[in-house]
Write a protein that binds this ligand. Structure first.
Ligand code: CDP
Length: 224
């Protein structure tokens, strides 16, 4: 805090690539606000499923989204979305949401609905005296913060990723979601220009965080 420059770090990558654990490690080490945008898409998806709004463009979607009032709650350096005062819990990681989230996240109207909210998180982070923001997702380095000071793209073998999820006891179709997220027209999952690739297939989490931390330290020195 104080003299340290405000840094924006974008972390993108496929499902279960280690984005959340890496972001969490960096946020603690460098006093950054951690923003998991996947949880935003998950939370909005759950709300729309609960109100029977199908994953198609149209007035039902527009009306459904208009009824969602977004806020931010911060706990332990992590920014959580709140929707009509509801703070998402583990239900956003359920099989039901895993199965449906990519269809909803492909809708341009829904992405537009979350665009400014995601960018505004930088203002929230400054207001709460963080030294920066680490935001993870699929389009952070490409669309949300194309001028981020540091862009990381995390990759891991699909087998390793499936094993990670299974260990957490989560039912998820990682490859199917990756295929849907990469093939959609609106803000597809791609490796953004200027990003640094980290292949974590053969690395421990500590090694990934250490490697990413070295890159953050180098980047901080370049910020005026
Ligand atoms: O945790 P995991 O990496 O498996 O997924 P997530 O980050 O929680 O994201 C869940 C889903 O939200 C993704 O499969 C995408 O469909 C969508 N998403 C997106 O479209 N854009 C983002 N910036 C973040 C997530």
């Amino acid at each position: 805090m104080g003299n340290t420059p405000f840094i924006i770090i974008a972390i993108d990558g496929g499902a279960a690539a280690g984005k959340s654990s890496t972001s969490n490690g960096l946020s603690k080490r460098f006093n950054l606000m951690h923003v998991d945008t996947g949880s935003f898409y998950r939370a909005v998806t759950l709300k729309l499923l609960d109100t029977q709004v199908p994953a198609i463009e149209g007035s039902q979607l527009e009306i459904g989204l208009e009824s969602l009032k977004l806020g931010t709650a911060i706990e332990d350096k992590k920014a959580s979305i709140s929707i009509n005062d509801w703070i998402p819990d583990q239900s956003i990681r359920s099989e039901r949401v895993n199965k449906n989230v990519s269809q909803y996240a492909a809708l341009p109207t829904l992405r537009k609905f979350l665009l400014d909210y995601q960018r505004e998180q930088a203002i929230v982070a400054k207001k709460y005296d963080f030294d920066g923001l680490v935001m993870e997702g699929r389009d952070i380095g490409s669309i949300i913060f194309p001028d981020a000071h540091l862009k990381l793209f995390l990759f891991a073998d699909p087998e390793k990723r499936a094993a990670r999820r299974a260990k957490e006891g989560i039912v998820d179709s990682i490859e199917k979601r990756d295929a849907q997220d990469s093939q959609r027209k609106s803000a597809p999952l791609t490796r953004p220009d200027g990003s640094i690739l980290i292949d974590s297939s053969e690395m421990t989490l500590e090694e990934v965080i250490q490697h990413a931390s070295t890159l953050v330290e180098k980047t901080i020195k370049t910020i005026d």
